[in-house]
Design a protein around this ligand. Sequence first.
Ligand code: GLU
Length: 488
Amino acid sequence: MTVSGSAPRVRFAPSPTGYLHVGGARTALYNWLFARGSGGTMILRSDDTDEARNTDEYAKDIVDSMRWLGLDWDEGIEVGGSHGSYRQSDRLDRYGEVADQLVAEGKAYESFVTKDELDTFHAMARSLGVSPAYDGGAEPDEFGVAARRLAGVAPTIRFRIPRPGETTFDDIVRGGVTFDHAQVDDFVILRSDRTPTYHLASTVDDVDYRITHVVRGEDLLASTPKHILLTQAMGGEVPRYAHLSLLMGPDGKKLSKRHGHTSIAAYRDEGYLSGAVVNYLALLGWNPGEDDTTVSLDEMVERFQLDSVSRNPAIFDAEKLAWLNGLYIRELDTTAFTERITPIVEADLERSLTEDERATLQAIAPLIQERTKLLPDAAGQVRFLFADVAYDEPSWEKVMTGTDAFRVLEAAHKRLDGVTDWRSEEIEAELRAMLGDLELGASKGFQPVRVAVSGSTVSPPLFESVEALGRERTLARLAAAKARLDAE
Ligand code: GLU
C-alpha cells in the first residue's frame, strides 16, 4: 500500500519540553487547516523521548492550548487511533528494531568512535580540504572494536549516508532544496543506551503512521535529507515536506520573551479570545486573500492553501495581536461579552454578583466593551459599581485639590438629589445645568463628580455610570467626597 494518492495525513509533533509556543501553535494550525481543507487526517503525536526535559505539565499545556485554540485531531494522544499510543516513549522497542534491521541490511552500522576521535577526524578533514562529513572513517579496526567491547563500551548506531550523492526535494513552501551528501554526517540513530535520536523516532513514526505531508518549522530543514534517506532505507514512501519560516519579533530578531508573551497559555491567562489568537496566528505567513480583518476558523479552512504560505520570515507583533483582540471583543454581542466578563468581575470582587448586579453589569456592558482590549481590563472599569469606592490618589490629587471641587460636589449633590427619574438623560441635563450655574467647563465641572463616584478620572461615561450606580449610592459618594475635602 502506498501513501500517495490517498487523503492527506499530517501530524503535529511537539516535544513536551516547554509550553505550546506561538510558533508551534502556528505549525499546528497550518497542519490542521491543511487537513480540514483536504478531507485529510490530523494527528497529534508526542515526541517525548527526552525523559530529562519532559514534564506532565508541559504535555497537558500542549493539549489544553490546542483545544482552547479550537484545533482538534483525529488520531493521536488522548483520542487514540489505529497506531498505538502516539507517544514515542511507548515505542522505544520499535525504534530499536528498525535500527537493528538497518544494521542487518548494511544501511547502518555500529559505531565505536569517541568524541575526541570525531573531533580529530573533522579537524583533519578541514586541514586536508576534503569533505568534513563523518563517513565512518575514524572507526576502530576489528581489534579495536573487540577491545572496546571487552572494556564494556556499547556502540551507537549510525546511518550510512550513500556517498557520493545528493538529496533533492521539492518543499511546498520553499521550492527546490538540494543537500550534497558531502555535507551530511553519518548520523547517530540509536544511542549507546539504545534510545533513539529525534531523526530515527520521527522518521519511523512518519513512515509507520503513513504521514503524507510533513509541515513543520524551518529549523528542521537541515534534518530533512536525513529523514528522506532513512525513509528510503526503510522502504517507506517519502512524504511531501513544507517548512514554515521562523517567527521574528518586530525588530527582525528571533522571537523571544523580549517581544511579549511567547506561550499560548499566557495569552489565554491574560483573557485573550481564542478566536483572535488563532486568527492572528493564521496571518503569520499566510494571507487569507480578502480584506476582512477577522477570519473565522471555518473561513480559513475554506481558503487555506499550503502552497500559498510565504517563505519569508513572519513578524509576530504582540501589539497587533492585542489590537485584533480588541476587535474581537467589540464583535461579541453584549450578552456574550457580559457572560465572559462576569466570572472575571466576580473573581476580582471575590464574591458572586447578585441578580440585580448582573442586570447592572449587562446594562453598562456596551460602554465597557467599547473600551476593552483585554477582557480582564473590564473588572477594573466596573469595580466601583459593586464595591465601595476606592480613590485613585493621583486622580484625587489632580482634580480635587483645586478651589472648585468643593463647589462642584455640593452643587452636583443638590441637583442630583432633585432628580426623580433616575436615567442618564435626566442626570446629564442636571449636571449640565450645574455647569451653567457654576460657570465651569465640562472638565472642571465633571471630573470631581467622576472621581467622587468612581474613584478615578478614568471611568466609563459619566452619566451612564451615575445611572448604573443608583441614586442612593451616588448621593452618598458625593457626600463622602465632600466630607473628605472638608477634613483635608
Ligand atoms: N518534536 C519536534 C519539535 O518539537 C518536531 C518534530 C517534527 O515536526 O518533525 O521540534
